[in-house]
Write a protein that binds this ligand. Structure first.
Ligand code: SF4
Length: 434
């Protein structure tokens, strides 16, 4: 059938969608290409969450024009959130694109490719909702670690976010299907599973027999041979005490929670439609710290949201200093067409936004470094993931911190004990203990 090449932008849900595309194309008889230039089918899986991702898409799709020129039979497919959101623009600006497919049309891709080969016309296939696939039909790239969605879509409509518009309303996958798929993955050699959902904490409310995320997690933790369970993303408004208990009671649920703060000011949180307050957020952190030993807490923060004033930004800094996040993913606000925040008056100059952003980074990076320094000299179990920087191997601690150490490729997928020898803001250096 020829070769395919997949390029993925954005979040882990997109990574999972790409693993589904790879599975479907393998099943059709295609084989993966090492380089984009060798491909007969190119699938670009796009992201619409950040401005940067959109710009990247534009640059990238533009570059494909020359490949199409040298190989007119090449089939270029653009999928994912940006494709769904910007279909008219892509069709108009990039007429050489063969197929535009939505996040709910992935299982149709092989059929769309066949159809495109028969007709001399671009195809645009976008469904706005629905769940149309068999959960275990995906190609896992690492034999020992896998992502597994437990729900798709989102009902929250945070005012800055495009996801509910492109991924549709939240649909939970039944616990039976999730547990069966997780069991199959473990039987096949997977030792770490990352459960995915736009908001895992609201899992199960839509099921005929409602089940909480805490209950699902507790059942998954019983799977024999499953050594590490992670999950993302947690919306603070839905994080229950029951969930905190389940994490603290199960050794194979890792001590890491990614809990997006977004802003520290109640005024801005309201305008973002986040449905929690600064005090509420700090209360959740207190509950986590009280129950989960050495829990690694990471977050997302948006700087310069419309209407944000210096006092509001100070509230964000206050939360950052009080919580002492292990890591924060920080972004300057940028408008997403079609979202509620798009029509809000943006009164802050880009200069101010950049200064606040820099200030936040300096404070957070110092906190990340200090928190990592606290564990220097201690021993940890690490799951080796593969080659890291500078010829070193890389693995993750239970709390998800990356550690680089001397070793060889045969260690990938194995657990080793290491001593942390050096702490940096975003990673550690270590030495394998014999
Ligand atoms: S919870 Fe909010 S930020 Fe997260 S995907 Fe849903 S709307 Fe977007």
């Amino acid at each position: 059938m020829g070769k395919y090449y997949i390029e993925t932008f954005g979040c882990q849900m997109n990574e999972f969608d790409s693993a589904r595309i790879a599975y479907l194309l393998d099943n059709e008889g295609y084989t993966p290409a090492d380089k984009i230039e060798e491909a007969d089918v190119i699938a670009i899986n796009t992201c619409a969450v950040r401005e940067k991702a959109k710009n990247k898409l534009y640059g990238h799709v533009g570059n494909l024009k020359s490949l199409k020129k040298s190989n007119p039979d090449l089939v270029i497919c653009i999928g994912g959130c940006s494709a769904q959101n910007l279909k008219e623009i892509i069709l108009k600006d990039f007429p050489f694109v063969d197929i535009i497919f939505g996040t709910h049309n992935i299982s149709q891709l092989p059929e769309l490719i066949s159809r495109r080969k028969e007709i001399n016309q671009s195809i645009c296939e976008i469904k706005n909702n629905g769940f149309d696939y068999v959960l275990d039909n995906f190609k896992n790239t690492l034999p020992f670690k896998a992502c597994l969605p437990i729900s798709i879509g989102c009902d929250n409509f945070c005012s800055y976010c495009i996801v509910p518009y492109v991924r549709g309303k939240e649909i939970s996958i039944t616990p039976e299907e999730v547990i069966e798929t997780a069991g199959k993955l473990v039987s096949g050699g997977v030792v770490e599973i990352i459960l995915l959902g736009q908001n895992v904490n609201s899992y199960g409310k839509d099921l005929d027999k409602p089940v909480s995320f805490a209950e699902l997690l507790n059942d998954i933790a019983r799977i024999d041979g499953l050594k590490r369970i992670r999950f993302m993303t947690s919306h603070p408004k839905d994080l229950s005490l029951e969930l905190i208990d389940v994490i603290s009671e199960n050794k194979n649920i890792m001590n890491h929670i990614h809990l997006p703060l977004q802003a520290g000011s109640d005024k801005i949180l309201k305008s973002m439609n986040r449905k929690y307050t600064k005090e509420g957020y700090l209360g959740i952190i207190e509950n986590i710290r009280a129950k989960i030993k050495e829990c690694f807490i990471t977050t997302d923060i948006i700087v310069g949201f419309p209407g944000e004033e210096r006092g509001d930004f100070n509230d964000t800094l206050d939360v950052v200093k009080k919580v002492r996040f292990n890591r924060a993913f920080t972004f300057i606000f940028s408008k997403r067409e079609g979202t509620a925040a798009c029509s809000l008056k943006d009164n802050i100059s880009i200069k101010d936004k950049k200064e606040w952003f820099k200030e936040l980074l300096i404070i957070q990076n110092q906190i990340s470094l200090e928190e990592n320094q606290k564990i220097a000299g201690r021993n940890f179990e690490v799951l080796v993931e593969g080659e890291g920087n500078k010829g070193l191997m890389a693995g993750r601690l239970e709390n998800n911190t990356v550690v680089n150490f001397e070793g060889d490729k045969s260690m990938a997928g194995k657990f080793v004990n290491i001593i942390v020898t050096e702490a940096r803001s975003f990673y550690l250096e270590g030495k394998v203990l014999k």
